[in-house]
Unconditional design. Structure first.
Length: 159
């Protein structure tokens, strides 16, 4: 580059910097900040009824905690009533098992399978054997029902 162009370029930078500095330092800071900030709005207190009315007018559903709990309780009651109507009452089947001398756990299991209280006589006998109850089977009459759990049936027969 020629020296004349370089000098002209440097002079232009110096003039620009001087103008920017003059504007920066001579600007009134109070007026510029006041113009930038909008005037503070006065706070208006709105009552709950007014807020609720405005929101409902805008299409919102407004409920307080008590109203929500009341609605939830109604929904739970309705759901429980529907469940009670939908579920048929289970019929309890009661079975009397007569254990005679010489019967085994498999024989008792077959009686329970015939009464539809268990699904497999062999699995029943295997469970009794794993519990160590095979020698505790005594002759007698025992009553079990379908409402009993498996453990309750075993406890009733193998005392």
């Amino acid at each position: 580059m020629r020296i004349n162009y370089l000098t002209s370029f440097a002079a232009g930078i110096l003039i620009t910097t001087s103008i920017t500095a003059a504007v920066y330092f001579t600007e009134d800071t109070n007026t510029s900040k006041a113009a930038a900030k909008p005037a503070k709005e006065a706070k208006v207190q709105v009552t709950e009824e007014e807020m609720k009315a405005k929101l409902e007018a805008a299409g919102y559903v407004v409920q307080n905690q008590a109203e929500i709990e009341k609605e939830n309780a109604k929904a739970a009651d309705a759901q429980q009533a529907a469940a009670e109507q939908a579920e048929p009452k289970q019929v309890t089947t009661e079975v009397v098992i007569n254990v005679t001398e010489g019967m085994t756990s498999i024989d008792v299991g077959e009686m329970l399978v015939n009464a539809k209280l268990t699904e497999n006589a062999f699995d029943f006998a295997k469970n009794i054997e794993s519990r160590g109850l095979t020698q505790k089977l005594r002759p007698g009459t025992y009553t079990v029902n379908s409402a009993m759990t498996f453990d309750e049936m075993v406890a009733a027969i193998y005392k």
